[in-house]
Design a protein around this ligand. Structure first.
Ligand SMILES: [Zn+2]
Length: 74
């Protein structure tokens, strides 16, 4: 099971997924509104969902980007 934790102040990232602990951390200070936070949670959950697919970081980012914009391409 993946857990999601929120931290008020963070690093340069908006969120990060740690596969070894199956933990997502969302840095609230890097977001402007609730929808923005939800989008980052979704992004990190997709990282968790595809971690067993042997994709490198760049492939995962491209996949998540394509999924985020898929509705607009149909
Ligand atoms: Zn990412």
């Amino acid at each position: 099971m993946v857990t999601v934790n929120m931290e008020v102040l963070g690093h340069d990232e908006r969120g990060i997924y740690y596969p070894e602990s199956k933990r997502i951390i969302i840095y609230l200070d890097r977001h402007e509104c609730l929808e923005d936070i939800l989008s980052t949670i979704q992004h990190e959950l997709i990282h968790a969902a595809v971690e067993d697919q042997n994709l490198d970081d760049d492939q995962e980012e491209k996949l998540i980007y394509a999924m985020a914009w898929a509705d607009y391409h149909i």
